[in-house]
Design a protein around this ligand. Structure first.
Ligand SMILES: [Zn+2]
Length: 58
C-alpha cells in the first residue's frame, strides 16, 4: 500500500520541546503552510501543556 505518489500533504510528528517525546502526529499541507508548526499541546509525560514542534516521523 506504500505508493510513492508525490503529494503536497506530508505526515509529521509533533515533538515536545521539554521531554522530546513525539506525542502527536498530524498532516501538513506544504502548499499553504511552509513554516514549521509550533503548537501548545498537552504532554502526557510532563502532564502539562508544552510547546510541541514539528519534526519528521522517522
Ligand atoms: Zn513532554
Amino acid at each position: 500500500m506504500a505508493s510513492k505518489k508525490k503529494t503536497a500533504v506530508e505526515l509529521i510528528a509533533l515533538q515536545c520541546s521539554e521531554c522530546k517525546r513525539k506525542n502527536y502526529t498530524t498532516e501538513k499541507n506544504r502548499r499553504n503552510m511552509q513554516e514549521k508548526l509550533e503548537l501548545s499541546k498537552y504532554c502526557p509525560h510532563d502532564r502539562k501543556h508544552t510547546l510541541h514542534k514539528e519534526t519528521k516521523i522517522k
